[in-house]
Design a binder for this molecule. Structure first.
Ligand SMILES: Cc1cc2nc3c(=O)[nH]c(=O)nc-3n(C[C@H](O)[C@H](O)[C@H](O)COP(=O)(O)OP(=O)(O)OC[C@H]3O[C@@H](n4cnc5c(N)ncnc54)[C@H](O)[C@@H]3O)c2cc1C
Length: 499
């Protein structure tokens, strides 16, 4: 059933659901479908409408005070399907390395293993309409330091288009649109949630309470902490925030332009237009860095002579990487040899957990009277090292194999230069990935949710989405988000069946 809360009278009777989920994006919809498959009654609350509206999107406006970042209302979408309405469709599961604790990465380590999520890879892939195979392999002659990896990049699934009619027909999932979560009602002991309170856009002062046995927050990695910090009526520190962890440890993926390469005829070692490489666990441990992926673009001279000439000029005019890496060969510019192909080197790297990188609240308010988000995105020396050393590692391999010339951009090679943040002129970006702000951990002293994504301070409140990631690896997060939602669906099934 699909209901527009703008059109519902305030005193209408409502049923008591098994599970109530706030947020109908990847996390919320995959969880709702999983619970429906077990026959449970599910309420799905979507703050926006079935299509984009300025009114709903304006609730996402916020402020950036840290490293340069995208405007917060441009970094996600607030209507049915959430950010699935314009995501790019790149998918890859996290590596085993990402789940482990590493001495050189403070606050690393998940309380679950990769194998606990692997069993959900097939169903998550089906939901995202992607293939399941990730044929990674060691890169030949790389001394065990680099591997070739695979991303699934299919036409991106758009959840609003795909599921709108389905929800209209469903008799197990009630989808309410224009149903904005505006408060969480706790029981007198404040140990459990008794209702999600919602408001519509037509009359924001009127409140609607929805009750259920279990409640789930699935509004994305910035909105979940923002609202948990705003909900102070029964607990002055906010929901789940007794240890001042909600909103902290915000992590992104750096998407940085690392430089250019040019190869000579017959020397390009890869088959595809774009190849994906990554450092192996051996490389990461030896270099004491976090995880990273390298996206090596390719164009052939026959395809694009002008671009090739420009690249060649860049490489020939500037110092080569060999001045920084002692065992580089004496590579001349490609003039005189037979150029074949070249392209950009792009790095997509992990940001390590950092307590000071955080979402907090501003003094300005949204339509529902909640304080807006302030993002203070901060990175550490370890993040700089990860970007630089993984890029240099690729350049070194390329030169040692005599594939051609590599020119890294200046800040990659200069220890005194800060990573500039999102800067289109420098081709620097981030992934639009919002992770870590309600991190999963063994104890409430170090995290907001437990290994089953339950908020430590409550009995029946759970979180779905990348805000629970304790670390983020380098892979795009959505496949892992869906795997975690499906796992949460099984956990809630067990709880409901035993209650
Ligand atoms: C341009 C772009 C490209 C991207 N490309 C990729 C990619 O290639 N691969 C990848 O893995 N990831 C990609 N991402 C990231 C990906 O979109 C997110 O990881 C994913 O959408 C997160 O899913 P979610 O369900 O947690 O949150 P969202 O998709 O943001 O959904 C949250 C939902 O909650 C609703 N909501 C918000 N507040 C409330 C409230 N108060 N009450 C009720 N409902 C509320 C919203 O309207 C929305 O429907 C991209 C993101 C962007 C912006």
């Amino acid at each position: 059933m699909l209901v527009n809360l703008n059109e519902v009278p305030a005193n209408t009777d409502r049923k008591n659901y098994d599970v109530c989920i706030a947020g109908a994006g990847f996390a919320g919809i995959s969880l709702a479908l999983k619970l429906e498959s077990y026959g449970f009654d599910v309420l799905l609350l979507e703050g926006g409408d079935i299509e984009y509206s300025d009114e709903s999107q304006a609730v996402y406006e916020g402020q950036n005070i840290g490293m340069s970042y995208f405007d917060l209302d441009a970094a996600r979408l607030r209507y049915l399907g959430g950010t699935s309405n314009h995501w790019a469709g790149w998918c890859r599961p996290l590596d085993e390395w990402d789940f482990a604790k590493h001495d050189h990465i403070p606050d690393s380590g998940w309380p679950i293993t990769k194998s606990e999520l692997d069993s959900y890879l097939g169903a998550a892939s089906e939901f995202l309409e992607i293939d399941v195979e990730y044929p990674d392999s060691l890169l030949e002659n790389s001394k065990g330091l680099l591997k070739k990896i695979h991303f699934e990049v299919k036409p991106p699934v758009r959840l609003a288009e795909k599921y709108h009619d389905y929800f209209e027909r469903s008799d197990k999932i009630d989808l309410f649109i224009n149903a904005n979560l505006v408060d969480i009602k706790l029981t007198d002991s404040t140990q459990a949630v008794s209702a999600f309170e919602c408001a519509n856009f037509a009359n924001p002062a009127t409140k609607f309470n929805f009750s259920a046995k279990f409640f789930v927050l699935a509004m994305g990695g910035i909105e979940i902490p923002r609202l948990m910090l705003n909900f102070t009526n029964q607990n002055p520190k906010g929901i789940g925030n007794s240890n001042d962890l909600v909103g902290r440890y915000f992590m992104e993926h750096f998407h940085a332009f690392g430089g250019w390469y040019v190869t000579e005829k017959g020397k390009w070692p890869f088959d595809e237009k774009e190849s994906h490489l990554a450092p192996t666990p051996q490389f990461l441990s030896e270099q004491k860095i976090a995880n990273a992926g390298m996206r090596i673009g390719s164009f052939s001279v026959a395809d694009d002579k002008t671009l090739y000439e420009q690249v060649k000029q860049v490489i020939c005019e500037q110092d080569l990487i060999r001045t920084f890496v002692s065992n580089f060969r004496n590579i001349n510019c490609v003039v005189g040899s037979q150029p074949d192909s070249g392209g950009p080197i792009l790095i997509a790297s992990e940001q390590v957990p950092n307590r000071n990188s955080r979402v907090s609240l501003s003094d300005s308010q949204d339509k529902f009277g909640h304080r807006r988000a302030v993002l203070d995105w901060q990175i550490t020396d370890l993040d700089r090292d990860t970007i630089k050393r993984s890029t240099i590692g690729f350049g070194q391999y390329f030169a040692e194999q005599d594939y051609g010339n590599v020119k890294l951009i200046d800040w990659m090679l200069d220890d005194t230069t800060a990573v500039p943040g999102v800067d289109e002129d420098l081709w620097l970006g981030a992934g639009w990935h919002h992770m870590g702000t309600t991190r999963m951990s063994e104890t409430s002293a170090t995290g907001v949710v437990d290994k089953n994504c339950r908020v430590f301070d409550t009995e029946n409140l759970f979180i779905a989405g990348s805000s629970v990631f304790p670390t983020g690896g380098h892979a795009n997060p959505t496949l892992t988000i869906v795997q975690l939602s499906l796992k949460l669906g099984d956990h809630l099934r067990d709880k409901l069946q035993s209650s």
